[in-house]
Design a protein around this ligand. Sequence first.
Ligand code: DOR
Ligand code: ZN
Length: 437
Amino acid sequence: MIIKNANVLNAEGVLERKHIQIENGTISAILNGNETIAEGSETIDAAGKLLVPGLIDMHVHLREPGFEHKETIETGSRSAAKGGYTTIASMPNTMPVTDSPEVVKLVQDKARAAGLVKVLPYAAITKSQQGQELTDFAALKEAGAIGFTDDGVGVQTAQMMKDAMSIAASMDMPVIAHCEDNSLVVGAPVAEGSFARKHGLKGIPNESEAIHVGRDILLAEATGVHYHVCHVSTEQSVRLIRQAKEIGIRVTAEVCPHHLLLSEEDIPGLDANWKMNPPLRSRRDVDACIEALLDGTIDIIVTDHAPHSAEEKAKGMQAAPFGIVGFETAFPLMYTKFVAAGKMDLALLVKRMTADPARVFRLNTGVLEPGAPADVTLIDLETEKEVDPETFASKGRNTPFTGWKLKGWPVLTITDGRVVWSEELEENRKNEAEQQA
Ligand code: DOR
Ligand code: ZN
């Protein structure tokens, strides 16, 4: 396969016209745009489109097994592919929890059957994510888990976290932490602040996140583990991570688009599509997260794609579950609101969504070079479209970004040399499904 005339970022972050040659699922050559090329069996003309390594999302909820009404591995994979992703890492808060080799294998099998993106499963730190008893890390690693996390809840005791980190360190595996101290959070649906006060709701304080970040950094120092902080949302967490990096502790961190774009002041009312955990915080917190992403204190952008059904989200701000979908809006949001707005270089945005996650989690993808897997995404930086949840490939429609006018929409996604998402492919798939029905 040949992708010709694509705009590719060079090492200096400047766009150059290139032809990408793909053979047997691998990038075999990258040719200058002025070279004449022998057309391959399949040629895609990418003129005017940006070509980037397939995006990587290291924090996603696919809901299968157990919550297939919210999402399945197939629908989640398709949503990821539509959003330009070729590699995603799935969280273990399924039912049963991904705390055994059997569930790890089930996730891998379903992902392989879907055949759209690479799904890397995380396994739980504690059995059923109850915080009481460690899982069998060796067996889970052997089954293919890429790291350990109880995402969805915090590990409440320091001793449990220290034990987890010691074992993970001994087998060179990362610990990925949802940072939340339950003794400081009692049933609050939103952050402490003006929104909570105005609506008479309890508020989640910043310390509930940052206390775990600080505790875990000390434990990472003591154990030598690679410690990765999930969805950073507070100024205090940023400060602690920055200091830890300065003194050489092995800590990395991620942030979600919504924590870079929205503060609690933006929440329009009691619509639970604005409810996620961690919650939208103050403008100061948003600014601290942006600064940290720009200076490298925060290494990567993730979505925390967390689909829920419309019925669940209709229960209102207090009772609805936490979480918003993310795959299909992440790149357009970041491109439009940061790159096109002049606040971030395109090359840095792409790096934080490709090469940086690959570096942090030692993945053999995320770069465009001969020999690398042919995981690539074509993006249209010109066409403006409104976010319309009805068009999502995800089963989830829960987003606060409905109606936002954005540019930077992925138009074609290739995993291991195979087109896994394009509008044409999607039309054909829908027609076939209709004919079968
Ligand atoms: O908003 C969230 N949704 N935060 C979490 O920690 C869990 C996730 C989910 O599973 O829905
Ligand atoms: Zn989480």
